[in-house]
Design a protein around this ligand. Structure first.
Ligand code: AMP
Length: 548
C-alpha cells in the first residue's frame, strides 16, 4: 500500500521564501575593517536576491548554467547563495586560495558562464583569465583597485541590481536539479566537483535546525557567525539553515583575526559560531590572555580537522561549549556530531564526557556509517577497537563526481569510501584515527598521526602540531613532529621533553623520532595542515615528492 501524502519538491526556493516571508526583520550583518558593520534586514536582502536573479537572467544565465562566486563571507555572497539556485542555475563556490592551475581547472570543469567576484579578488582571477573561455561576464562587487586588464567583460554588481526593474518569477524546479557545486580541496590530484541538489541542500539544512546537531537547535532567536568560508561546502550549510529557521547571520568578510571575530561575536550577540580548529586555537589564546564576556555564545561548532581535547577543555574554562563535528565536501558536509547522549550526560563524569565530546561523534539523522577492514575490505564490528575505512551513505552524500567516471571512491553497493580510518564504539560514537594516506606505517604497525597531534597540542608550550611519516630504511616509516610554540613560551620544548610528555599515553614505537620547531605549519586553502608540503620538507632536495 502506498502512502497518500503530497510530494512537494524540496527546493531552496521554499527555504528562501519562508525565511524572507516569515522573518522580514531578521538581520544580515557584514563586518567591515573599521566602523560599525553593514546591516540589512531579511526583507531588504530578499529584495536584492530577487533583483540579482533578474540581473543574471538579463546577462543570459539560463536554467542549469553555472554561476561561480569568488568571495569572502558577506552579504553579496549570501545573495548569490539564493538568487542563483532559486532561478534554476547552479551556484559554483570557488576557493580563491587554489593554485592558479587548479583555479583554471575548476572553472573549466564547471564551464562557468558568469563569475560574481569580490573586487579585491579580481587580481586572483586575472591570473587565469586566458584559461576560462566559458566565462561571458564577471560581476564585480565591493571595493578594490581598478579592474586588472585581460579579464572577460566586467560589470558592476550594484549596476546589475539597479537595472533589474522587476523580480524574476521563480521557475518550478524539480528537487533533483543541481543547486550547488563545490570542488574538493584535493590533497592529491585535481579537485573533483561535488554537485548538490535542491533536495540534498534542503534536507541538510533542515537537519541543522535539530538538537541532534546544535544543542538547543537553530531558531529565530539565534545569530550565527560562520567563520568557515562560504566557498567551502556551502559554509557547512549554515546560510541555508539560518534562512530556513529565520536565524540572523553575522558575516566576517575577510576579517578572521581573533580581535575582529571577538568584536563581532560580542557586538552582534552571536549565539552560534562555526569554524576549523586553526581559527579557534588563536581565539582561545586571546581569551586566555584577556577574557571577553560572551554571554550569548552557546555553541562553537568545530570541524574540518580533529579538535584536540585541550581545545574543547580550554573553551570550557571560559564557559563556552565547543561541539565537534566531522564531514566532507562529499557529505554536504554534515556527517557526525559529538553531542553527548542525555543518559550518558547524567551518568558520566566531566572527564569521561570530554572523551565523547572529543570524538567525531554520532551520525547526523539520516546518515549511516560503517567500517571496512583496511586489508580485507570485510565489515568491522562497532566495538570501539577495530579500525577500518569509514564508509557513509545518506540523502546528502554524493553518488558520483562531475565529469568523472572514476568509481574508486564508491563501493559496489553504493557507499562513499571516505578515505578516513576510524573506529565506532558500541554507543555509535565515531573516532577518526587518520586519513588512510596520513597513517604512519612503522615496522608493519599503524601509527595515528591525528592522535599524536591531539596529544602534542595538549602540551602547554605547543600551539600547533602536525605529524607525518618520514621514509626509514629499517622501519619503512617513522613519525616526525612539526610544532609551533606558543608566543608566551620563552624556549621551544625539546624532542626529549615532548617524548616524555607523550610516553604515558602511547606505545613506545609511536614516539616521534624527530622534532621540527617551525614558525608556522603550512595550511591548505581551507585551513587544514598541508601534509604534502611537510613531507616534501623532509625529503632530500633531489628526491621526487611522494603523492598524498
Ligand atoms: P574536505 O572535503 O576538504 O572538507 O575534507 C574532508 C576531510 O577532512 C575528511 O575526510 C577528514 O579527513 C577531515 N575532517 C573533517 N572533519 C574532521 C574532524 N572533525 N576530525 C578529523 N578530521 C576531519
Amino acid at each position: 500500500m502506498q502512502g497518500l501524502m503530497m510530494e512537494v519538491p524540496l527546493t531552496l526556493t521554499h527555504v528562501f521564501e519562508r525565511g524572507v516571508g516569515l522573518h522580514p526583520r531578521q538581520q544580515v550583518v557584514t563586518q567591515r575593517e573599521t566602523g560599525p558593520p553593514r546591516r540589512a534586514t531579511f526583507a531588504e536582502w530578499g529584495d536584492r536576491v530577487r533583483r540579482l536573479a533578474r540581473g543574471l537572467h538579463e546577462l543570459g544565465v539560463e536554467r542549469g548554467d553555472r554561476v561561480a562566486t569568488l568571495a569572502w563571507n558577506n552579504q553579496e555572497h549570501l545573495e548569490c547563495y539564493f538568487a542563483v539556485p532559486c532561478m534554476g542555475a547552479v551556484l559554483h563556490t570557488v576557493n580563491f586560495r587554489l593554485h592558479p592551475d587548479q583555479l583554471a581547472h575548476v572553472i573549466a570543469d564547471a564551464q562557468d558562464r558568469v563569475i560574481v567576484c569580490q573586487r579585491s579578488l579580481l587580481p586572483t582571477l586575472a591570473r587565469v583569465a586566458d584559461r576560462v573561455p566559458s566565462v561571458r561576464w564577471i560581476v564585480a562587487f565591493g571595493e578594490g583597485e581598478p579592474d586588472p586588464p585581460g579579464l572577460p567583460p566586467v560589470v558592476d554588481y550594484e549596476a546589475v541590481l539597479a537595472t533589474a526593474d522587476r523580480p524574476l518569477d521563480w521557475p518550478a524546479l524539480d528537487e533533483r536539479e543541481a543547486a550547488g557545486l563545490c570542488h574538493t580541496s584535493a590533497t592529491t590530484g585535481d579537485p573533483k566537483g561535488v554537485v548538490y541538489s535542491h533536495r540534498s541542500a534542503y534536507l541538510h539544512a533542515l537537519t541543522l535546525l535539530t538538537t541532534a546537531i546544535l544543542p538547543g537547535g537553530l531558531g529565530d532567536a539565534d545569530m550565527l557567525l560562520p567563520v568557515v568560508p562560504m566557498f567551502h561546502v556551502n559554509a557547512w550549510g549554515q546560510p541555508h539553515g539560518c534562512v530556513f529557521a529565520g536565524a540572523g547571520l553575522a558575516l566576517p568578510d575577510r576579517f578572521l583575526d581573533a580581535d575582529h571575530l571577538l568584536q563581532l561575536l560580542a557586538s552582534e550577540r552571536v549565539t552560534i559560531t562555526a569554524g576549523v580548529p586553526s581559527i579557534w586555537g588563536p581565539l582561545l589564546r586571546r581569551l586566555d590572555r584577556e577574557p571577553v564576556p560572551l554571554p550569548h555564545l552557546r555553541t562553537i561548532l568545530c570541524g574540518g580537522a580533529t579538535a584536540p581535547p585541550s581545545l574543547i577543555a580550554g573553551f570550557d574554562r571560559h564557559g563556552l561549549t565547543m561541539v565537534h563535528a566531522w564531514g566532507m565536501t562529499e557529505t554536504s558536509p554534515l556527517g557526525t556530531v559529538a553531542v553527548v547522549k542525555h543518559d550518558l550526560a547524567e551518568r558520566l563524569t566531566a572527564e569521561e564526557q570530554l572523551g565523547l565530546r572529543a570524538s567525531q561523534g554520532l551520525p547526523a539523522p539520516g546518515m549511516e556509517l560503517r567500517l571496512a577492514d583496511l586489508t580485507t575490505g570485510a565489515l568491522c564490528p562497532h566495538d570501539g577497537v577495530h579500525e577500518g575505512e569509514l564508509q557513509v551513505r545518506g540523502p546528502w552524500v554524493c553518488r558520483g563526481y562531475l565529469n568523472n567516471d572514476d568509481r574508486t571512491s564508491f563501493t559496489v553497493d553504493g557507499w562513499l569510501r571516505t578515505g578516513d580510518v576510524a573506529t565506532i564504539d558500541s554507543e555509535g560514537y565515531m573516532r577518526i584515527v587518520d586519513r588512510t594516506k596520513d597513517l604512519v606505517k612503522s615496522g608493519g604497525e599503524w601509527i595515528s598521526s591525528v592522535t599524536l597531534e591531539g596529544l602534542l597540542m595538549g602540551h602547554p608550550d605547543v600551539a600547533e602540531a602536525a605529524v607525518v611519516g618520514r621514509p626509514d630504511p629499517h622501519w619503512g616509516e617513522r613519525p616526525v613532529a612539526f610544532v609551533t610554540v606558543r608566543p608566551e613560551c620563552p624556549e621551544a620544548p625539546t624532542l626529549e621533553v615532548l617524548r616524555a610528555f607523550l610516553a604515558p599515553s602511547v606505545a613506545r614505537f609511536w614516539l616521534p623520532d624527530a622534532l621540527m620547531v617551525v614558525d608556522a605549519i603550512p595550511k591548505t586553502g581551507v585551513g587544514k595542515f598541508d601534509k604534502r608540503q611537510l613531507r616534501r620538507q623532509l625529503l632530500p632536495a633531489t628526491a621526487p615528492a611522494p603523492e598524498g
